[in-house]
Design a protein around this ligand. Structure first.
Ligand SMILES: O=C1C[C@@](O)(C(=O)O)C[C@@H](O)[C@@H]1O
Length: 257
């Protein structure tokens, strides 16, 4: 499936994580979430108890597709090191699963952490290209925020490794950390020709979830049923604030590249 995933008019996309442990839990999560009208879903497969059974993963993808009104799907196996659940797969098996999932018609984007070995990134990149999926290279830190220049370097490295989308999520300890993330987003957006998703987590970082798009972040995560990271707010609250800002102001000029 190939299509432009991020229409300018729709930015910021609101993406909602699915964190159920079983197909049934995910189905019931979805039933409640879809009526809240997010723009994208993220299946956090590290929460799924049958992650080691590829046929179950593929069947659940089909189920998600059938219940989600065609919403684009981001497939994520977050590592324990970067804030995810402990899983039974080793790194090679994660790569095998991602390459298999790339063949599915029910996935649009694949998340893979940029800290993985280069040969693994290259394998996943090849599979995404072959099956016309978008590769999201990501990095997360739950205790600190790097300096602005380091954030820019990390995003540039993801671009260099072949990301279609570069995503970072950091924990701020000060308001300056949030500004560093936002300024890095703006500067990188002017430098690079790939999509960016940048998040400052926790309570201090919440403004980045509401306003990050004005600095060039195309997507923001919001809670549908259950949060997947600190600082996420509800789809309804986020959508309300974004709509209000869009209605009151003409920000198109600011977000255009
Ligand atoms: O990378 C991210 C961003 C996130 O950590 C957040 O802070 O909203 C939530 C995760 O589910 C997702 O994979």
């Amino acid at each position: 499936m190939e299509r432009e995933l991020f229409n300018k008019e729709q930015i910021p996309y609101i993406c909602t994580p699915l964190t159920g442990k079983t197909t049934d839990e995910i189905s019931s999560e979805l039933t409640n979430i879809v009526s809240k009208q997010p723009d994208m879903l993220e299946w956090r497969v590290d929460f799924f108890s049958d992650i080691d059974k590829t046929d179950k993963v593929l069947a659940t993808l089909k189920e998600i597709h059938s219940l989600s009104n065609g919403l684009p799907l981001l497939f994520t196996i977050r590592s324990h090191k970067e804030g995810g659940q402990e899983i039974s797969l080793v790194e090679n098996q994660v790569v095998d699963l991602l390459c298999e999932v790339c063949k599915s018609d029910f996935v649009d984007l694949i998340d893979f952490e940029a800290a993985n070995p280069l040969e693994h990134i290259q394998r996943v990149k090849k599979a995404t290209m072959q099956h016309r999926k978008k590769l999201v290279l990501s990095h997360h830190k739950f205790d600190t925020t790097p300096s602005k220049s380091d954030i820019i370097k990390q995003l540039a490295k993801m671009s260099h490794f072949g990301a279609d989308v570069a995503k970072v999520a950091f924990m701020p300890n000060t308001h300056e950390d949030v500004m560093a993330l936002l300024e890095a987003t703006k500067e990188t957006n002017e430098l690079l020709d790939i999509e960016l998703i940048t998040i400052s987590m926790g309570d201090i970082g919440v403004m980045s979830r509401v306003l990050g798009w004005l600095y060039g972040s195309v997507l923001t995560f919001a809670v549908g049923e259950k949060s997947s990271a600190p600082g996420q707010i509800s789809i309804e609250a986020l959508q309300g604030m974004i709509d209000l800002i869009k209605k009151e102001n003409s920000f198109e000029k600011i977000i255009s590249k």
